[in-house]
Design a binder for this molecule. Structure first.
Ligand code: C2E
Ligand code: MG
Ligand code: MG
Ligand code: MG
Length: 283
């Protein structure tokens, strides 16, 4: 019956496609049990101050440790959880762990640092749910809201600009900080900058690629200067090499984050890493 020649019905089903469909299916179907079985782990990556390169804050980054001990990186499962909507629940799991961590440390009179958490674009579609969940965290773990920074990506902000602005205003009313993550990675970066409603701009790690030309370096330094002139803090992520550090040392960037200083590690280890640097001579 088809008007197409029969060869149009041939499906090439390769081993690779089969494997990736299988992986996808596994992620979708094992999410709930993984959450219940504590397979999600909150990792943390410290950020250091420009001036003395000492840890001043940290970012929470999720890891999925399978029953067989292998780790899935966020890039492998977050896009899938964003399709299914499960990312919303996963993010709240991270927020719960971070609030609980800070609350416990504060109660015990131990040291603690401001912590950033990432925000999926999907929260913007149901802000009422987000505020309700945040409110229950505030009741359970009363901590100063200024200790928490919510990182919203530039692409989420640009795609959902109206909801994103409500989101930022609502967080500011409650006293939280808000950061624009992956700045410079999209095609509308200046549009994202112009209202300047963010407390902090996080420059995408693409700015610090290897073999950066003189012109690219000048552009980065001038963009940082521009953001600073708007009275906004600047963080550079993906600081990997001594060359990156030498370049940023000439800039007005406030905070450096990257493998050169610290790779992400389990949040339980933050105290010992933080305390060990307090005792060490400064770099
Ligand atoms: P991001 O928020 O921009 O986080 C920075 C990513 O860069 C992290 O990857 C971090 O491990 C990596 N990174 C840090 N320093 C360096 C460096 O010097 N060189 C290189 N090459 N990479 C570096 P990760 O942990 O794999 O996370 C990837 C992305 O997944 C994050 O990008 C964030 O968008 C998302 N993500 C991670 N955790 C969460 C979460 O709990 N919730 C949501 N919604 N998204 C998350
Ligand atoms: Mg981030
Ligand atoms: Mg980023
Ligand atoms: Mg990123």
């Amino acid at each position: 019956k088809s008007s197409f020649p029969p060869y149009h019905n041939i499906v090439v089903f390769s081993h690779e496609i089969n494997q990736s469909i299988k992986k996808r299916w596994e992620i979708i179907h094992s999410f709930q049990s993984a959450l219940e079985n504590q397979e999600f782990h909150v990792y943390i990556q410290p950020k250091v101050l420009h001036a003395d390169k000492k840890i001043c804050s940290a970012e929470a980054l999720i890891r999925w440790k399978n029953a067989d001990g292998t780790f899935l990186s966020p890039d492998a499962f977050i896009p899938i959880l964003e399709e299914t909507g499960d990312i919303v629940e996963m993010d709240h799991y991270v927020y719960d762990k971070v609030f609980a961590y800070l609350h416990e440390r504060k109660l015990a009179g131990k040291s603690y640092l401001p912590i950033s958490v990432n925000v999926s674009r999907l929260h913007l579609y149901d802000l009422d749910l987000f505020w309700r969940k945040l409110h229950s965290l505030e009741e359970a773990y009363p901590i100063p809201p200024s200790l928490i920074t919510f990182e919203l990506t530039e692409s989420a902000y640009i795609q959902e600009i109206d909801a994103a602005e409500k989101f930022v205003v609502g967080l500011h009313e409650k006293g939280y900080r808000v950061s624009l993550d992956d700045f410079g990675s999209g095609y509308s970066s200046l549009k994202a900058l112009s209202p300047m409603i963010f407390d902090e701009i996080k420059f995408d790690r693409a700015f610090l690629k290897t073999d950066i030309t003189k012109k690219e370096a000048t552009l980065l330094l001038q963009l940082i200067k521009l953001v600073k002139s708007l009275n906004t803090a600047v963080v550079c992520e993906g600081v990997e090499t001594a060359e990156n550090v030498a370049l940023l040392d000439q800039s007005q960037c406030d905070i450096f984050q990257g493998y050169f200083y610290h790779k992400p590690f389990p949040i339980e280890e933050l105290e010992s890493v933080y305390l060990s640097q307090q005792a060490a001579p400064s770099l």
